[in-house]
Write a protein that binds this ligand. Structure first.
Ligand SMILES: CC(C)(COP(=O)(O)OP(=O)(O)OC[C@H]1O[C@@H](n2cnc3c(N)ncnc32)[C@H](O[C@H]2O[C@H](COP(=O)(O)OP(=O)(O)OP(=O)(O)O)[C@@H](O)[C@H]2O)[C@@H]1O)[C@@H](O)C(=O)NCCC(=O)NCCS
Ligand SMILES: Nc1ncnc2[nH]cnc12
Length: 252
């Protein structure tokens, strides 16, 4: 999967795994992400095939849910139980399905269709007693996480893609990453810390987005790197949405 490999190679990304460091992670590195991305290709292909010109209905929602769960299982087997791309399976899976179903590259339509498809109730979701990190943060802080992001039609991906839409250089992508850092309520960050840390992380990132100097020459970028280290936080949800943004930007 090109977009997933591009995302993990894009460097530096404070808190996240990249080509220079493993960020705030002890159990992951760039090679594991490459392995995981290769493993996900078959599942995404199946979603595209099943969705091809299929109406956006409950049957399609349940079918891609089934493939998505199998992809998650396969990812955990390939990575020895490490959560590399759970959010990416969800976000890219929905996007690929909508694009294949509707045969469109119109972003507004894609976002609106993702909103409808992701809101359909999938009766095959297994009921388990163990809570995911997303469920814990939803209960504790009322954050809607990866599910909410899709059910709102990916507003933060849309915001990122509207940022300097004519430009495509490294500094622009760096700022687009920081647009995500400053807007997404990333449940990975909150799970490892709290809402205060999330807000501080978002504010630090927002200052860098609007600063004049190149991101890498901005001393506040160094502060952001130190902040992620000190608080041991990683914006894994932003990483998935960054890959999704790159995927959509290169649809044509
Ligand atoms: C709807 C589901 C996404 C399940 O939802 P739930 O809330 O139960 O999800 P989580 O188990 O918490 O996982 C969601 C993953 O989504 C990413 N994420 C987090 N916040 C956001 C956000 N605001 N917007 C978008 N995406 C978000 C995040 O994934 C990334 O981070 C992971 C690595 O993080 P790390 O820090 O290492 O975390 P852990 O190892 O988990 O914990 P530590 O111990 O290290 O602290 C990595 O996976 C990234 O991808 C969350 O992990 C969906 O999964 C679902 O319902 N699936 C069923 C199948 C289906 O219907 N599919 C249909 C379409 S395919
Ligand atoms: N580069 C990355 N680092 C950590 N978690 C991630 N989840 C998806 N991409 C990631």
């Amino acid at each position: 999967m090109g977009a997933l490999k591009w995302e993990v190679s894009f460097s530096p990304k404070p808190g996240l795994v990249d080509a220079y460091s493993n960020g705030s992670h002890k159990d992951m590195d760039i090679d594991l992400f490459y392995k995981s991305a290769d493993n996900l290709l078959a599942g995404f292909q199946q979603m595209a095939e099943i969705a091809y010109q299929h109406p956006l209905d409950l049957r399609l929602r349940e079918e891609i849910g089934r493939i998505g769960r199998l992809s998650e299982k396969s990812m955990f087997e390939a990575t020895g139980g490490i959560n590399t791309h759970k959010g990416a399976i969800w976000s890219l899976g929905l996007l690929i399905s909508v694009i294949s179903s509707q045969q469109t590259n119109d972003l507004e339509k894609i976002f609106s269709d993702v909103k409808s498809l992701s809101r359909m109730p999938d009766k095959f979701v297994p009921q388990t007693k163990s809570k995911t990190h997303g469920m814990v943060t939803k209960q504790k802080y009322a954050l809607s996480g990866a599910r909410g992001e899709a059910q709102l039609g990916f507003p933060n991906v849309s915001k990122t893609l509207s940022f300097l839409p004519e430009q495509d250089d490294f500094d622009t992508w760096m700022r687009r990453l920081l647009v995500l850092y400053s807007n997404v309520d990333d449940t990975n960050i909150v799970y490892r810390s709290n809402l205060k840390v999330l807000k501080e992380f978002q504010n630090l990132s927002a200052d860098i987005v609007v600063a004049k100097q190149d991101v890498l020459y901005n001393l506040e970028f160094k502060q952001l790197e130190e902040f992620t280290q000190q608080n041991n936080i990683s914006p894994g949800g932003c990483a998935d949405l960054f890959a999704a943004s790159y995927f959509l930007k290169h649809l044509n």
